[in-house]
Design a protein. Structure first.
Length: 320
């Protein structure tokens, strides 16, 4: 494959933000070491880790088998970390991976080939991410999250649904680097929740996004997730959904009837929600999906949304 743009040193570069996951990050890099396509660079940005990431990565940098740079920043979230790396990237296309994502041997090649075949600025490609069978037990609940649940919707893509901004998943996603420099991630998103979807939506409404799905560009995801962990994540997701609605009012949660609002408030009382979560957790070990499981996840998301709204309202009040 000939480089498709001669203005950069590499046809594609890999950007990986990381936070307190040095053991998993090393496995991620090991998978990049055995890629069939060799002409790429890698930039890892440490988002203020408190483990041994900085020391180990500096040692890795000394003998990395590919062009490698390690950057550090105070903790600011993955959006800021990605933007930092993208500014430094010397490649035509940018492949975004997570630090807990393990690339199959042809993954970089397939993304690179896509951008060679689609040199348009607005071309983007999402690969298939699935749970890793090594290092974790993949439960029925995790399979649901991955396929049709609150985390990803790869099931839609595998069934032939055309990818859109709603599938803008930065676990395994590539775009032109210049496009990402013109349209950076919104750094107001401090967590790994909806910062990617917001950018995908922004690009789409500006007619700057044409998505393709690469089902053979497979990556495995090592992130054991229990129902309770998913509930905690949904609180953060709800907070990010509030921010998304502040940025794009058309995505604000629609108002509900007073009766539904009263019922929701009752269910979100700490002791009620705790017992509902206990019951849903038990039921999830028996049957996935189930209505209680999905309802409790939704309640946690709404709770996060409401808490974020209260914080925003408090900060906007005039100081007495």
């Amino acid at each position: 494959m000939e480089p498709f743009a001669k203005a950069h040193d590499y046809p594609i570069g890999v950007v990986i933000p990381t936070y307190n996951r040095i053991d998993t990050l090393l496995i991620c890099l090991k998978h990049l070491e055995v890629q069939t396509w060799k002409d790429f660079e890698v930039i890892v940005v440490d988002d203020g880790s408190m483990d041994s990431t900085a020391q180990v990565m500096k040692e890795y940098q000394a003998h990395a088998p590919f062009p490698f740079r390690f950057l550090t920043q105070p903790n600011g979230g993955p959006a800021r970390a990605r933007n930092r790396a993208i500014r430094e990237l010397n490649a035509t296309a940018c492949l975004l991976l997570g630090d807990d994502i393990f690339a199959s041997p042809d993954l970089v090649r397939l993304h690179c080939e896509h951008h060679r075949s689609h040199p348009e600025t607005n071309a983007a490609a999402v690969g298939l991410t699935r749970w890793s069978a090594e290092g974790q037990t993949v439960t029925p609940f995790m399979r649901w999250l991955d396929r049709d649940g609150a985390q990803f919707a790869y099931g839609d893509l595998l069934r032939g649904v055309s990818p859109s901004w709603e599938h803008f998943y930065t676990s395994n996603l590539s775009l032109k680097a210049d496009q990402l420099r013109r349209h950076p991630f919104d750094e107001r998103f401090r967590w790994a929740a909806m910062e990617d979807i917001e950018l995908g939506y922004r690009l789409a409404i500006e007619k700057e996004l044409v998505m393709s799905f690469l089902p053979d560009a497979v990556a495995e995801h090592l992130h054991p997730t229990s129902f309770r962990q998913a509930c905690r994540r949904m609180v953060g997701l709800g907070a990010s959904a509030h921010l998304l609605g502040e940025i794009w009012p058309e995505h604000r949660i629609k108002s509900v009837s007073p009766i539904k609002l009263k019922l929701r408030s009752l269910l979100q009382q700490a002791w009620v929600l705790a017992r509902l979560t206990d019951a849903a957790d038990l039921l999830t070990h028996i049957c996935v999906p189930n209505p209680l499981m999905e309802r409790v996840l939704s309640l946690h998301s709404t709770l996060g949304y409401q808490q974020a709204a209260q914080r925003a309202n408090s900060s906007s009040l005039p100081t007495p």
